[in-house]
Design a binder for this molecule. Structure first.
Ligand code: TEU
Length: 573
């Protein structure tokens, strides 16, 4: 239901730019801010409302900029603060908004805050800005098992690194070059708030907040349960939505968002968040965040071996999960909707079919299903072209620290090379990070230099230039879906009702907006074979709102859907 005052972002579509791989203006093989400026007309044509920039701050790039060494500047790789101001002005000039990536669970180990914390030793004034602990009692410091607890880093290996000079360990949930800040220290929180206000004063329109639900750790830092076959304990229960998380987010709202006159967008990236927690974070009355990124639906095709143990997706699992988030955040709270980002394999390869016969159709089907849900849709660069996973030939083709560490760790454990590579080909974050495919030319028009990661060879057929010229392309289909978000209030306000939840090939639902009486019916055939379905009453001969294939006959029940066909129908009642 519309509620008293729908927020501006409720009918907005956000586009994520991964600057390193978007457009390179100076031929160094790495995308940059002036490159983005040159491509803004493309984004305006797509019709998106908000751009989210992955980090462009100074960084040693151990994790491609998610390891920040200075929060208030631009990395020379990407340009200067003056380039940033020009970009912001150009974005605003086209009626779009710009959201920054805020990475404050951790800094780089090259950030001045951390070097002061480390070099000042255990009694130094900045020591308590990070999470330092002595070695485990009775163990030889610096040897395996002497870590203060048994938590594993998300990028393989222990979550602790020993500092010889002070004889203590620091905690890093991610790489050893990403030490976790100590949010329990009020000075840290004040410094982060001041930095956020600085960016808002510069004119940015909000923040995407990296792993923001991990910032509050159980101060006891207890050992986690060790799963069978693992060396490490499961630390999540002690820091995923930890004890003071809502206090810290509410404080940030008070100290930063509420002090700022402009209308912002705030989205918290939250691995492991539940519907119940998400409702608390996004309940407007609690004044915390506008929306969160949840991870449930992107973990459904994962086997017991973890992220790189890929399994086929069961459509019933996907519907049960997304359906639960739709109903869970219906009365209170708000969903963000995404298939892709810079951490996920390409959706057309993952949940669709990237073979030439079905690629465009399944890309459009996935777009239809996602964009017809209730929430704010996010499009990740290249998704609007149906960009697919890359054909990585060997480990030398990968760049991502998570992938490289995983490969090293599994090789040491004796896992067969092809098995490791197979997992990486399906799941590596590098699938999302190959350069944006602008045209069929050398390096896809991304750079005139040597790209930092190889372009996908399929750019000769899959590229923006070709798709702009083809009214039937995936690009123009996304453009129409984005336009619908702006023109059809049932997309924003309509309630959500899943149909046929037990069906393994049909994704079908209705959206009903009581204020206008508009009802939408979404039918999507998730597979390469035809499918005959019974329609609910009253939809015969209804209007087509959008479809990825031209209709051959009016809608009547039972209706046969062609392979990967998606249709949206509209009626008033
Ligand atoms: O990601 C956190 C996250 O939950 C994962 O997607 C993670 O990156 C990884 O894929 C686990 O398998 C955020 C950023 O989006 C990611 O790029 C960073 O590497 C990470 O935080 C650390 O800042």
């Amino acid at each position: 239901m519309a509620g008293p005052a729908a927020a501006w972002w409720s009918d907005a579509v956000v586009y994520q730019i991964y600057p390193r791989s978007f457009a390179d203006s100076d031929s160094d093989g790495i995308g940059d801010l002036p490159g983005i400026v040159e491509r803004l007309d493309y984004l305006a044509q797509l019709g998106v409302d908000v751009l989210w920039l992955s980090p462009v701050y100074p960084s040693p790039h151990d994790d491609n900029g998610y390891d920040i060494s200075d929060y208030q500047d631009i990395d020379p790789l990407f340009g200067t603060l003056a380039d940033f101001d020009r970009l912001l002005e150009a974005v605003h000039g086209r009626g779009m908004k710009l959201v920054m990536d805020l990475v404050v669970n951790h800094t780089s180990d090259e950030h001045a805050w951390f070097t002061a914390s480390r070099d000042g030793g255990p009694t130094g004034p900045r020591r308590d800005w990070y999470i330092w602990r002595p070695p485990r009692e009775g163990m030889q410091p610096g040897t395996p098992g002497a870590e203060p607890n048994n938590w594993e880093s998300w990028f393989s290996g222990p979550a602790w690194t020993f500092d010889e000079a002070s004889g203590e360990y620091y905690l890093h949930t991610f790489s050893r070059k990403q030490p976790d800040l100590n949010w329990d220290n009020p000075e840290v929180r004040r410094a982060v708030h001041a930095m956020m206000l600085w960016w808002l004063q510069r004119g940015v329109d909000g923040f995407r907040m990296d792993v923001i639900n991990l910032i509050s750790k159980d101060p006891a830092l207890p050992d986690g349960i060790v799963p069978e076959g693992s060396r490490y304990g499961f630390g999540h229960p002690y820091y995923v939505c930890g004890p003071r998380i809502h206090e810290y987010i509410a404080e940030m709202h008070r100290e930063v968002f509420a002090r700022h006159p402009r209308r912002l967008l705030t989205v918290g990236e939250m691995p492991g968040v539940t519907v119940e927690e998400a409702k608390l974070f996004t309940d407007p009355a609690r004044r915390e965040l506008d929306m969160v990124f949840q991870f449930e639906h992107v973990g459904l095709d994962q086997g017991p071996g973890g992220k790189f143990d890929a399994r086929p997706l069961r459509l019933t699992d996907l519907k049960a999960s997304l359906g639960r988030w739709q109903t869970g955040l219906a009365e209170t709270g708000w969903n963000s909707l995404y298939w892709n980002n810079h951490d996920q394999a390409r959706v057309v390869s993952r949940f669709g079919d990237d073979s030439p016969a079905h690629r465009d159709r399944s890309a459009k089907l996935l777009a239809t299903v996602l964009h017809l849900h209730r929430g704010t849709p996010y499009v990740y660069q290249g998704e609007e072209l149906g960009m697919a996973n890359a054909p990585f030939a060997s480990i030398d083709d990968f760049r991502d620290i998570e992938s490289l560490n995983h490969h090293r760790e599994q090789s040491a454990l004796g896992t067969a090379g092809e098995t490791i590579l197979d997992g990486l080909r399906r799941r590596s974050r590098d699938n999302a990070r190959t350069p944006m495919q602008w045209d069929a030319g050398e390096h896809a028009g991304f750079t005139t230099g040597t790209p930092w990661i190889a372009v996908n060879p399929d750019h000769t057929t899959v590229n923006a230039k070709a798709q702009l010229a083809d009214p039937d392309s995936v690009f123009h289909y996304y453009r129409r879906l984005i336009e619908l978000r702006h023109t059809e209030p049932a997309l924003t306000h309509g309630d959500f009702h899943m149909l046929h939840p037990e069906h393994e090939q049909l994704y079908a639902f209705t959206r009903h907006d009581p204020a206008t009486g508009t009802e939408l019916l979404v039918l999507a055939n998730f597979g390469g074979t035809t499918l005959t379905v019974d329609l609910p009453d009253g939809w015969d001969h209804s209007d087509t709102l959008i479809a990825n294939l031209p209709a051959t006959s009016p809608l009547t029940s039972p209706h046969t859907l062609r392979p990967w066909e998606a249709r949206v129908h509209r009626r008033t009642r």
